[in-house]
Design a binder for this molecule. Structure first.
Ligand code: TK8
Length: 338
């Protein structure tokens, strides 16, 4: 090969290598992403949003910037969901439970005692069933990216230790805004009151409600120990969080931009679950150290509670569709047999 030809070939090779890089760099435009969430910055949710923001900025060469807005400063979950649907806000992370009014299939995750372990939750949520439920959001103007761990929920109140079902009689208990939670806690004899999370601390402080239920991490990061004396270990349901994107906005992104968000979301999921699981054990000890009185239920009382709570299962099956319900049950049976 003569020197000129060699130079041409070499130049072409360099160009071929650089082309995809250039193409994708051009496909990424400056974007400002308003990303809302409900907990405060100093929480598992806040830390993972920050991680997500860093990943997006890194992968986009600083072009895509995430403005993380916590403490429900953009409104409670339901309000942010509407802002996403309308295109006034780009992204958020929140409870799947608050999406049930938009996508009924999300109620599957509110099934009491659906998962026995975080490992089961990961497999189902990240597998075909979780994907199927997530995909239902698309018709409603939302794109679901990944599930994060909120965690197994436990009961707190300011009235008395709950050692048996009857202790819940007349306890005014804040629940997330959906019928499964409402029915579940009514069936336990509590006076269940639906309320957005953003109003919860002050409702507990003023005794507008006596109690609530959330994972240890959230009880600690939201400082509920300052306004709640008793914690009962119930692990009555595993709650996921989900990252959602405005579909209106998403559809205007290039494939390269969508990939930046997808990849960062997946990385944030792994970060968030690790962080949450590490924190959970420490959080319980810290709540105790901060003066909460913690009790576990006797096996007999735990069984009574489980029996009452799982009475809502039949109606969840009907509401989410029996095909989805049966598919989930058989997937879990298979998992447990393996
Ligand atoms: C935070 C909520 C919270 C949830 C609740 O925005 O509402 O009790 O558990 O994590 O999504």
């Amino acid at each position: 090969m003569n020197p000129i030809r060699r130079a041409v070939v070499a130049a072409a090779a360099v160009a071929a290598l650089a082309a995809p890089l250039l193409a994708s760099a051009q496909d990424i435009k400056p974007r400002l992403i308003r990303f809302g969430y409900g907990l405060n910055e100093n929480s598992n949710q806040g830390r993972a949003v920050k991680f997500f923001a860093e990943q997006v900025e890194k992968a986009s060469g600083g072009k895509m910037r995430v403005r993380a807005i916590g403490s429900a400063a953009l409104g409670p979950d339901t309000q942010m969901q509407q802002a996403l649907i309308g295109g006034a806000q780009e992204m958020m992370v929140g409870s799947t439970a608050t999406l049930v009014g938009i996508t009924k299939e999300m109620a599957l995750w509110d099934t009491p005692f659906l998962f026995n372990s975080a490992k089961e939750a990961d497999i189902i949520l990240d597998g075909p069933i979780g994907e199927k439920v997530k995909a239902k959001l698309q018709d409603k103007g939302l794109v679901g990216l990944v599930y994060w761990e909120n965690g197994f929920r436990n009961l707190t109140n300011s009235k008395r230790p709950v050692t048996k079902l009857e202790d819940l009689d007349g306890v005014k208990l804040r629940v997330m805004q959906n019928n499964v939670f409402l029915e579940s806690f009514r069936s336990l004899g509590a006076n269940a009151v639906p309320m957005p999370f953003s109003e919860l601390f002050s409702a507990l402080e003023t005794r507008a409600v006596d109690g609530q239920e959330n994972p240890y991490n959230t009880i600690l990061s939201s400082k509920f120990h300052e306004v709640q004396k008793y914690l009962t270990v119930t692990n009555h349901v595993y709650s996921p969080w989900i990252i959602t994107v405005s579909k209106k906005w998403w559809d205007g992104l290039s494939p390269a931009e969508q990939k930046v968000l997808q990849d960062a979301a997946r990385a944030s999921r792994d970060f968030e679950r690790r962080d949450t699981r590490e924190e959970a054990g420490r959080a319980l000890a810290e709540l105790k150290a901060k003066g909460m009185q913690i009790n576990e239920l006797s096996p007999a009382e735990a069984a009574r509670m489980r029996d009452r709570l799982t009475r809502v299962n039949a109606s969840i099956g009907v509401n989410v569709g029996m095909d989805l319900w049966n598919e989930t049950q058989s997937a879990l049976t298979k998992l447990r047999a393996a």
